[in-house]
Ligand binder design. Structure first.
Ligand code: OAD
Length: 238
C-alpha cells in the first residue's frame, strides 16, 4: 500500500473521532454525475445554466422547467451506495467515525447505513409545500409530470437548499461542532468551490486532515495528506 493510504488507515484505526466531509464525487461511483468535472452536470447543454435552474428565483419563476431538470438530472432511479458510503457506515458502527457531513442530496449515506448524517444541502428524498410547509413523500416530486401542488394550492418543492437560499443554521452549527472537535478530518469528492459549505474546512484545528479527490482543490496545501484517487477504491482498502 502507498504511504499516504497506510497513514490514513493508521489515523482511522487509532481514532474514535473521525469526521468525514464530502461532496458529489462520493456518489459518482454509484452512477450519479458530479457538477464540475468535464462530464459533470455543469458541462452539459441545457436551456439555462444548471446553477440558474437550481436557484430559488428560478424555481419561483418557472417551476415547470425546474421540475423537468430535476426529474431528468437529479433523480436517478436504482442508484445504490458504493464502497465509500458502505465503508463510512461501517466505520461509524465500529466506533471510529462520529459524523458524515455531506453536500449531496441523494440520501446514499443513509441507504448505506450511516446514522449521523448532516445534509448541508438537504435531500431530494423529502418534499414540502412552499406555501403551508406541509410535508410530502418524495414520489410526489421525483416522478410524474408537471408541477406538483399541495391541497392549499402552493407548489410542492424538494427539501433542498437552492442557490440564493441560506443553509439550515442547525445543520450548519452541528457540522461546525463536529469539525472543530474532530481528531481526523477526511474531506472527499468535493471541489471545495461552493460556500459556505467549503469554508467548513477552516474550522478544523487538528493535524490529521486528509483530502481525497480525483482532481486538485484550492485547499490541497492546507491538508496533511492529499490522495488523488477514486474515493470508493480508496475506502475499499482502509
Ligand atoms: P463538484 O462537482 O464541484 O466536485 C466534485 C469533485 O469530486 C471534483 O473535484 C471531482 O474531481 C471529484 N470526484 C469525482 N469523482 C470522484 C471519485 N470517484 N473519487 C474522488 N473524487 C471524485 O461537487 P461538489 O463539490 O459536491 O450545490 O459541489 C458542491 C455543490 O455544488 C453541490 O452540493 C451543489 C453544486 O452546485 C447545490 O446544489 C446547492
Amino acid at each position: 500500500m502507498e504511504d499516504a493510504v497506510l497513514t490514513l488507515k493508521k489515523w482511522i484505526d487509532e481514532s474514535d473521532n473521525v469526521v468525514f466531509f464530502g461532496g458529489a464525487g462520493v456518489s459518482t461511483e454509484s452512477g450519479i454525475p458530479d457538477f464540475r468535472s468535464v462530464d459533470g452536470l455543469y458541462n452539459q447543454k441545457w436551456k439555462y445554466p444548471p446553477e440558474e435552474i437550481l436557484s430559488a428565483s428560478f424555481f419561483e419563476r418557472d417551476p415547470a422547467e425546474y421540475y423537468r431538470f430535476h426529474r431528468e438530472k437529479l433523480v436517478i432511479d436504482g442508484v445504490k451506495p458504493n464502497r465509500a458510503h458502505l465503508r463510512l457506515a461501517e466505520l461509524e458502527k465500529e466506533g471510529h467515525l462520529r459524523a458524515v457531513i455531506t453536500q449531496n442530496i441523494d440520501g446514499l449515506h443513509q441507504a448505506a447505513g450511516s446514522k449521523n448524517v448532516l445534509e448541508l444541502h438537504g435531500s431530494i428524498l423529502r418534499a414540502y409545500c412552499s406555501r403551508c410547509r406541509r410535508p410530502y413523500p418524495a414520489e410526489v416530486i421525483n416522478h410524474g409530470e408537471g408541477v406538483p401542488r399541495c391541497s392549499c394550492g402552493g407548489v410542492i418543492r424538494p427539501d433542498i437548499v437552492l442557490y440564493e437560499e441560506p443553509l439550515d443554521q442547525d445543520v450548519m452549527s452541528k457540522a461546525l461542532h463536529y469539525i472543530r472537535q474532530a481528531e481526523v478530518l477526511i474531506i472527499g469528492g468535493t471541489s471545495l468551490n461552493v460556500y459556505p459549505a467549503a469554508g467548513l474546512i477552516r474550522y478544523y484545528r487538528g493535524n490529521k486532515l486528509a483530502l481525497v479527490n480525483l482532481s486538485a482543490t484550492p485547499y490541497d496545501s492546507f491538508a496533511d495528506l492529499v490522495i488523488h484517487q477514486k474515493i470508493g477504491e480508496l475506502f475499499s482498502r482502509i
